[in-house]
Design a protein around this ligand. Sequence first.
Ligand SMILES: *Cc1c(COP(=O)(O)O)cnc(C)c1O
Length: 444
Amino acid sequence: MTEIPQERRVVTAIPGPKSLELQARRTATVAAGVGSTMPVFAERAGGGVLEDVDGNRLIDFGSGIAVTTVGSSAEAVVRRASAQLADFTHTCFMVTPYEEYVAVCEELAALTPGDHAKKSALFNSGAEAVENAVKIARSHTGRQAVVVFDHAYHGRTNLTMALTAKNMPYKNGFGPFAPEVYRVPMAYPYRWPTGAENCGPEASAQAIDQISKQVGAQNVAAIIVEPVLGEGGFIEPAKGFLPALARFARENGIVFVADEIQSGFCRTGQWFACEDEGIVPDLITTAKGIAGGLPLAAVTGRAEIMDSAHPSGLGGTYGGNPVACAAALGAIETMKELDLPAKARRIEEVMKDRLSAMREKYDVIGDVRGRGAMIAIELVKDRATKEPATETAAALAKACHQEGLLVLTCGTYGNVLRFLPPLVIGEDLLGEGLDIIEQSLAAL
Ligand SMILES: *Cc1c(COP(=O)(O)O)cnc(C)c1O
């Protein structure tokens, strides 16, 4: 593991001179469509700290978008991936298989909700996992329609762009999109017109009514939902919403898919966020946190559904790469050993406590929400109208960056600041990060 001191240190302007130099090279050669939240170039990272090429040490409240849950250089990940790298880098599982792939599928079967027989297939990215979940659901049901939700994010490939709700920046100008995708309301408690207490039952009734009347339940292959929404704004669907949809899916032979790519692997204080309401999805997609930073993704689900795709119908050259699988085994080992679900719950306690106190003081914070180490504040211009304070969110993020705190924004209206610290972050760093947020709020 990289022995990086677990302390914030700001020694240059941010970005510093070396980062600016690299930024100039980058601009000349990297496509403009690939953006970056913070234009500082990374040198090394571990625990709750990311050090840049100018020697600045940032407190990491982003985890590379919920990926480095175990830290960016976790001992077991580095050890197991390095050993695998020396043994062999690739054979292609579709050519000659290897044990690590099977071992990851065994872990997925054991860790994901439900005690039914489960199987998995491994891929490289979250979007690829979601695409394959759709392939499997269509193959199993013989149906075509896919139902997704307002504010959903499922990726950037053609099919997953169609599944994603937000136009800018994900879809604009990139169409035409895949057909047979239908969008229905999400139970967004903070913005539900008749109030948060009515949100669960009303939103599920509306969603089910639209599916039944506009699509026809008998035409629906899959309902895909994030149990806690990621890019869409860290929305926790109101209680009752997910169980109602899961029940509707079950009654109508629809494959219920939980997209846990962001919320999974201990992030929300449980191994998977759908456990919170006892949901047992038919299929679950995972990626991000699964392999401590190496690219790996999976579809896991009921054996009879997973087996409905014909032999060689699923796969890909790199899917379940042995080094990525070894890293995943190291990440999962770390999650168990350090009891990272408990760490996530502790982070929630500390963050919600501080952020709720800030909400009392600063009217711009309309809502504090999220679970575990997936916490957000939604900023508004006016608490009564809830008009999104998009510019304030951008300014607040920027102010935090200047002080050496890496934070991300998200949300359909771009007015949500989200916090995704590595679960191994020290409590002193966590507190210092929250201090910076408070100081930046006060200065605005
Ligand atoms: C990030 C994300 C994806 C896409 O994953 P990639 O690895 O970027 O393709 C899909 N679904 C959710 C919920 C995500 O957060």
